[in-house]
Ligand binder design. Sequence first.
Ligand code: SAH
Length: 390
Amino acid sequence: MQTVYLRKNASYRILNGHPWIFGNEIDKEDADIASGGIVKVHTHDNKFVGKGYYNAASQIKVRLLTRDKDVLINKTFFENKIAECWAYRQKLGYIENCRLVFGEADGLPALIIDKFNDYFVLQTLSLGMDKWKPAIVEALEKIFNPKGIYERNDVPVRKLEGLEEIKGFLSKPFDTKIIINENGLQFYVDIENGQKTGYFLDQKDNRRAIEKIVKDATVLEAFTYTGTFSLHAGYYGAKAVLGLDISESAVAQATENAKLNKLDKIVKFEACNAFDKLKQLTREGAQYDVVMLDPPAFTKSRESIQKAITGYKEINLRGIQLVKPGGFLVTASCTNLVKPEVFLDTIGKAAKDAKRVIRQVEFRAQASDHPIMWNMENTNYLKFLIVQVL
Ligand code: SAH
């Protein structure tokens, strides 16, 4: 096996458990290493660090898969790792649906697998992981005997690894519109055409966190996607709920979900631009007991973080203005580029501009099937805040 040698000063982060090795952290490497293949990584003074996959075309040249010299990277490796991931989720109480593999946080860099009961959706977001797709599919078949496996590799980030965007069946074809159970409700999940892998499993526990505050409430939700938060509100006893999303197909799906849960009398959806609608509602002096906001990332790059913060500030300012005195704002941010303290600061500034005092009820992160690695900041990505607006 060929070897890559780290620079003398480059290895602290890596020795501390971080699996990425950037091109500029490499001092020298053996000749003709095949991209996508497995290499050994050594320190500058030739001590073994680990084994990982290599891609000359990527900024992240190596991602480590093991730090154990004796572990072989083969089919069995992936089977064992996926079995470990499942054992961990089961320990935490997951039965039907969960993010089974959360990439780096599970020691499987650039691999995402969502489990929707008997159906699995996967993403291999790097060349080195993509090569193991057949082994991963075989492992899923062996461990779960699934009804279907689908790849949602239609993601631009694959371009950075020289990979194409593709999606399709990795098992026998199946009906890709499935129904899942969550917190006592049911939701259609469109595995083939839905956003990301079809459903946002990371908000599962946060959806439950609204239970007490929505009882008998009038609720407005912006960025509802397939209506999950709005329908939870209806289920937990809200009086009237309006969910907004810019995507017509998301709203159609949300409306179907309302019917599926017999909540269509209470929970309504509307396709519109939330920025415009929130502005219009504030102008009209509308007031709600609860306003919920779960916008998209607004940024994909460090360069445009400020743009994202401006977006968060604007919708949260509107959101706060739309809350009756003593009502609640439920607000989230799903990009790791906006750090928790920056997010909280932004909400604080929005409240100040709205001349309202906020009182924190809860501050949460993503569900525990998306573990946060304390040595990998970007795994701590979801912020979820409930405040009372006085
Ligand atoms: N809360 C949802 C996830 C929301 S994802 C859940 O838990 O499932 C963000 C959503 O915002 C997407 O559905 C996207 O279509 C929508 N969106 C993006 N820009 C928007 C805009 N300007 N106005 C309204 N919705 C928007």
